[in-house]
Design a binder for this molecule. Structure first.
Ligand SMILES: [Zn+2]
Length: 113
């Protein structure tokens, strides 16, 4: 598919800007490492959408991606762009896992109350 490093090359400028805005605002939540080098992330916009991204074994190439939003104006939506930004800035899965653990602990506390 394309390199995570320069995924921006083929993306419409408007979508790219919106996605970066989402990322900058912290709209990307819960990046969960899944099997086969896949990641699943929740992105908060007007609604919450789930983005799935699969990377190559080396982790530097985007093999596949999907989002459950209704956007169909182009090959990629702003939610996916936001998640790709997050993955590019946090290339180490261990870092992402730590963040995820913290988040789930917080959630348990909320449930406990
Ligand atoms: Zn989307």
């Amino acid at each position: 598919m394309f390199l995570l490093e320069d995924f921006e090359t083929d993306i419409e400028q408007r979508v790219l800007l919106r996605g970066k805005e989402y990322y900058a605002q912290g709209a990307v939540h819960h990046i969960l490492p899944c099997e086969n080098n896949s990641y699943r992330a929740a992105v908060m916009g007007s609604e919450q959408y789930t983005v799935s991204v699969r990377l190559s074994e080396t982790g530097d190439e985007v093999v596949d991606f999907s989002c459950d939003c209704p956007y169909d104006m182009g090959p990629i939506c702003k939610h996916t762009v936001a998640v790709l930004c997050a993955l590019r800035d946090n290339p180490k899965p261990s870092t992402i896992r730590e963040a995820e653990v913290v988040t789930s602990v917080q959630q348990e506390k909320v449930v406990g109350l």
